[in-house]
Ligand binder design. Structure first.
Ligand SMILES: [Ca+2]
Ligand SMILES: [Ca+2]
Length: 153
């Protein structure tokens, strides 16, 4: 009776061992593996241009820390008081901040008209971040006029 019980006990221990070994291995791995780093955050800044001095509005897009892989953010312009096709060129696309870098740029073409007008604005909407969290959803482009008022009668 006693011998048989001992044998059964030993059998149970042998069966249990692999599970214990796996559990210890998983616990060790969890302790050694670094915790997943939080994704970098993307911010963008407004831009201002004066008609005629430059044909491009440059919007700076920045990460709060270097990316460990390429970060992309989709963007698309939208009219404010400025009109696409008359004051600036409607633009959409993706801005990429390459792995290891912290900044990228969005370029929007500004149209130099000959019309005297107030300062006008358009918006660049940001969306669909990949590899980072988006903290700026839209930025504003300001176009300062450079045309003189028409001469009075
Ligand atoms: Ca204009
Ligand atoms: Ca103008």
């Amino acid at each position: 009776m006693t011998k048989r019980n001992d044998h059964d006990y030993g059998h149970q221990v042998r069966k249990a061992l692999p599970i214990t070994a796996v559990t210890v291995a998983v616990a060790l791995f969890a302790a050694v593996a670094p915790a997943a780093a939080p994704a970098p955050k993307v911010t963008a800044r407004d831009a201002s241009v004066t008609e005629g001095t430059t044909s491009t509005a440059l919007f700076s897009v920045k990460l709060n820390k270097k990316a460990t892989k390429n970060v992309t953010v989709s963007f698309a312009t939208a009219d404010g008081t400025a009109t696409a096709g008359a004051d600036y060129t409607a633009t959409r696309g993706k801005v990429t901040i390459p792995k290891g870098k912290t900044s990228g740029r969005i370029k929007v073409h500004i149209i130099d008209d000959d019309i005297d007008e107030p300062t006008e604005t358009f918006v660049v909407k940001l969306s669909h971040p990949k590899g980072a969290a988006l903290t700026t959803k839209s930025v504003t482009g300001r176009i300062f006029d450079d045309d003189v008022p028409p001469a009075g009668p």
